[in-house]
Design a protein around this ligand. Structure first.
Ligand code: FES
Ligand code: FE2
Length: 374
């Protein structure tokens, strides 16, 4: 018997919320559904614009089983194409680099940086071959706060349009966000479904239990707030005084001094601004139903000492990174148990730092995306 479904909170008008059933975290067929209904249709983080600066620069990136090449053409315009030749389907690029033309390794068809076909060997001797009709398969690309997002859905509304004043708010914190350069990236292999990772990210109920260093030295837990709105969840707090002192932050450098903010954009990326204006991106990359890569990228502008960013990167990896790794793996193991299906979400009246309303919000977005009513 599943008693949890019928529990209500007697002291509140609000109904006690219940989590998404565990099979949505363990069933490979439901992961395929997540892929098609969510990752093929939403704005997906790819890179910072500084990774594709010069005409001819290209980067190769994946979203689960789909690979893309992002180019900057000779007019300075960014493009994103499926990384596949339109002849007989060989993949085109590997890694990052610079080129004048994209040349297929199979029969050496070449494409211009805007995706148009340049040369198809021997095509001039083939009746009916129309070179102008062939073009790399392009997907929507949008530059948002200096970050490159793409969307495989042709008619998806713009990310800016879907996020209201978010870009303006981020620019108030980090006016120089387009000038950032990546300092480094750490990758953690989570042995769990992507939703375990992203739900864990959107609540600080576990912080007092799991992240002792974080709350005693890095961020003020009692001021930590998560504010959901549409496809975004905004996390705010202030840097712990010890943290601010230890890293010699210039309070005038970033737009908001010692303030800490994270802007989570559904379904799987978060941009953060740390005290002093250091920026990070956390990108949660689903691979399989029980495999997710937690990519943690760190950026700085010319005014921020590189060593400060490297120190912060290492400390986040050693503390929150490793601590959350153990937690999410433990959750996945539990979700496989026949002794668990759904559980209550502790959404408190104040939406305090201990509240799980952020989890409830991402689960509501999930239910809506896949058409789930339970
Ligand atoms: S598959 Fe690319 S040139 Fe033939
Ligand atoms: Fe955590």
């Amino acid at each position: 018997m599943n008693y949890q479904r019928s529990v209500t909170n007697p002291s509140s008008e609000e109904k006690l919320l219940q989590s998404v059933p565990s099979r949505y975290y363990t069933d490979p067929a439901l992961f395929q559904q997540d892929k098609e209904k969510i990752f093929y249709r939403t704005w997906q983080y790819m890179a910072h614009v500084s990774e594709v600066v010069q005409p001819g620069d290209f980067i190769t990136r994946r979203i689960i089983d789909q690979e893309f090449v992002i180019t900057r053409d000779n007019d300075g315009k960014l493009h994103c194409f499926y990384n596949v030749c339109q002849h007989r389907g060989h993949t085109l690029t590997k890694g990052d680099g610079n080129c004048k033309l994209i040349v297929c390794p199979y029969h050496a068809w070449s494409y211009r940086l805007d995706g148009s076909l340049n040369i198809a060997r021997n095509a001039e001797n083939v009746p009916g071959f129309d070179k102008s009709a062939i073009h790399l398969n392009e997907v929507q690309l949008e530059e948002f706060c200096g970050f490159i997002f793409v969307n495989m859905k042709d008619d998806a509304p713009s990310l800016k349009g879907m996020t209201g004043d978010l870009e303006q708010e981020i620019l108030e914190y980090v006016p120089y966000i387009r000038d950032l350069r990546m300092v480094g990236e750490t990758l953690l292999n989570h042995s769990c479904n992507w939703k375990v990772t992203t739900e864990n990210f959107n609540e600080c109920y576990h912080c007092a239990v799991v992240h002792k260093t974080y709350i005693s030295k890095m961020v003020a837990l009692d001021k930590y707030r998560v504010i959901p709105n549409g496809i975004t969840l905004r996390h705010y707090s202030v840097g712990h005084p010890k943290e601010v002192a230890a890293y010699k932050y210039d309070p005038l450098h970033g737009g908001k001094g010692d303030q800490f903010a994270t802007w989570y954009i559904w379904p799987n990326v978060a941009i953060s601004c740390f005290p002093g204006g250091i920026v990070s991106v956390r990108h949660f990359r689903p691979l399989e139903v029980r495999k997710t890569v937690y990519a943690y990228q760190w950026f700085r502008d010319a005014a921020t000492p590189e060593q400060d960013v490297k120190d912060l990167m290492q400390r986040h990896h050693d503390t929150n990174g490793m601590e959350d790794l153990a937690i999410v793996n433990g959750v996945q193991e539990g979700l496989e148990s026949n002794g668990y299906d759904i559980g209550p979400l502790l959404v408190d009246r104040e939406r305090s730092e201990k509240s799980e309303h952020g989890v409830a919000h991402v689960q509501a977005l999930y239910r809506e995306a896949i058409g789930l009513s339970v």
